[in-house]
Design a protein. Structure first.
Length: 213
């Protein structure tokens, strides 16, 4: 009798481990919103949410947001996922997309087998030089705005716009050269706004994500 009791315990433990790893009892839900400059956040209607299991050559799930910007992806196994949100309402900028890709480079490399951090390294350095110039002149603009110095204000705005234009051009050139092992919506310049993040889902749990585009 004792022998069968231990056998039952072993089978139960194995079953629990398998269910934990592969059982489709978890979910991801959330709300997506967007805003243009100086406007309030609005529900992201019809946006797409792509969910990739955190593994090489992963399958993916895709859903669209409803009229309130809500979405639900259920029947998931516990684990880590990469969630990519694509707006249908807000126009994106190439330099913002490039930064999103760099910030999630480890996950993207794991899933798609492409390391964007080592791609076109010369252009990448030029991009961040331009980015630092944009930030520098933004601070200067804020500084002279407080002092009501109009001449310097317009001069700094012009220089910031020149640096931002250069930054945008570099980002576009990098995105256009990204190879095909990246999804097309990630490896193209311009387009709509995106958000990329890692989501952890517990066993029989629900991850709640709020995304502001």
């Amino acid at each position: 009798m004792k022998k069968y009791t231990w056998l039952f315990v072993i089978v139960a433990v194995i079953a629990f481990v398998l269910l934990y790893k592969f059982g489709p009892f978890s979910s991801v839900k959330g709300n997506i919103s967007y805003k243009e400059i100086h406007y309030e956040y609005k529900p992201e209607i019809g946006g797409s949410v792509w969910l990739y299991k955190y593994s090489k050559d992963s399958d993916f799930r895709i859903v669209s947001t409803d009229i309130d910007g809500n979405f639900v992806i259920d029947n998931l196994a516990a684990g880590d996922y990469l969630m990519i949100t694509i707006s249908m309402n807000k126009i994106g900028k190439s330099h913002d997309k490039y930064k999103e890709l760099l910030n999630s480079s480890n996950a993207l490399n794991t899933i798609f087998g492409f390391d964007i951090t080592s791609f076109m390294s010369k252009e990448k350095r030029e991009f961040f030089v331009a980015d630092s110039i944009v930030s520098y002149y933004y601070e200067k603009i804020v500084e002279v705005s407080d002092n009501d110095n109009k001449n310097k204000f317009y001069d700094f705005v012009e220089k910031q716009q020149e640096a931002e234009k250069k930054q945008l051009e570099i980002a576009e050139s990098i995105l256009e050269e990204i190879p095909n092992n990246f999804p097309e919506y990630l490896g193209s310049s311009g387009g709509t706004a995106i958000d990329i993040r890692t989501v952890s889902v517990g066993f029989m749990g629900t991850a709640n994500e709020v995304v502001h585009l």
